[in-house]
Design a protein around this ligand. Structure first.
Ligand code: DGL
Length: 305
């Protein structure tokens, strides 16, 4: 198959990267996407760096063998731990990472809270970014590892989440002007985060910046499917506004191959690795427009591989 025709891999420790997938679909509407969420091993943010690096390299290696033209590491944690080794291991494709959107936040605000995983916040990449931005604003890094697990469980507005956020964020309410959502899971809890911090706070995330960088990399190589005129900003996609439903009770690798009305021109395949996963291969991508699966990533029909 021609390189241009291959899908773009999007990887996260779990569901969070779907917030980046949404931006990618808007910027690159003609592309196919292969999404891999490593739910069996989430959360990554409390694991040692070497382990996150190994898990990430393992998944990207499997997706690369299947045939991809780019890999988007839609996980701040995995980017911090593994982006350098990944680029060295797969030099013939662009490997795009994500980082907390601190630069745009400090350009417009004086007091900025950064919510991310403990690993992201202590790694060299973020420490360097923070030094770079330190002269522009007061920056407060705040690890929120439990928030990843709330989102993984699909718990976006439960009393337990509200209580957790009140404890974590309450002390900053009215004291910060902006908050950076430095973990791709967090945009799914945007509403609850805003409620805990107060309505005037501006929230930033890195998903569109990552999508723009992916577009740039593909344009540079002439690998945009259907040519560069098929790229650009599209109207908002509703489908990925919610993460998929909670994981199925049974173990095993689950492949989601679906097509939605709001993603009507696109296909993507969604693969999650669950606890006790078999080392199965993802299902092949369904033919363009061939089956009418239920609407919405959030209601993705499951096809157990
Ligand atoms: N979604 C990931 C991130 O952006 C990490 C979540 C986790 O701890 O697994 O950092």
């Amino acid at each position: 198959m021609e390189r241009t025709e291959l899908p773009i891999a999007v990887f996260d420790s779990g569901l969070g990267g779907i917030s980046v997938l949404r931006a990618l679909v808007q910027r690159l509407p003609g592309e196919d996407f292969l999404y891999f969420g490593d739910s069996a091993n989430a959360p990554y943010g409390v694991r040692p760096v070497a382990e996150v690096r190994r898990l990430t390299q393992d998944v990207i290696g499997r997706l690369y063998d299947r045939g991809i033209k780019a890999a988007v590491i839609a996980c701040n944690t995995a980017t911090s731990a593994a982006i350098g080794p990944l680029r060295a291991a797969f030099p013939d494709i662009p490997v795009i990472g994500i980082e907390p959107a601190l630069k745009p936040a400090v350009a417009h605000h004086r007091r900025v809270l950064v919510l991310a995983t403990p690993l992201t916040l202590r790694e060299e990449k973020f420490v360097a970014l923070m030094h770079q931005c330190a002269g522009c604003a007061e920056i407060v890094p705040l690890p929120c590892p439990e928030l990843v697990e709330f989102v993984e469980r699909g718990e976006l507005d439960s009393p337990a989440l509200t209580a957790y956020l009140a404890r974590q964020l309450g002390p900053y309410a009215g004291r910060v002007d902006a908050a950076v959502l430095g973990c791709t899971h967090f945009p799914f809890a945007r509403r609850a985060i805003r409620a805990a911090l107060g309505g005037n706070v501006t929230l930033y995330d890195g998903s569109d910046g990552t999508a723009r960088e992916t577009l740039r990399q593909l344009v540079r190589r002439g690998w945009v499917r259907g040519g560069s005129r098929h790229a650009g900003k599209q109207p908002p996609v509703r489908a990925a506004a919610q993460p998929p439903a909670a994981r199925p009770a049974s173990g095993g690798l689950t492949a989601y191959a679906d097509r939605t009305h709001s993603l009507s021109a696109h296909r993507f395949q969604y693969v999650r690795r669950h606890a006790g996963a078999r080392r199965d291969r993802p299902r092949p991508l369904a033919g363009r427009g061939d089956h009418a699966a239920p609407a919405g990533v959030s209601r993705a029909d499951r096809a157990h591989a």
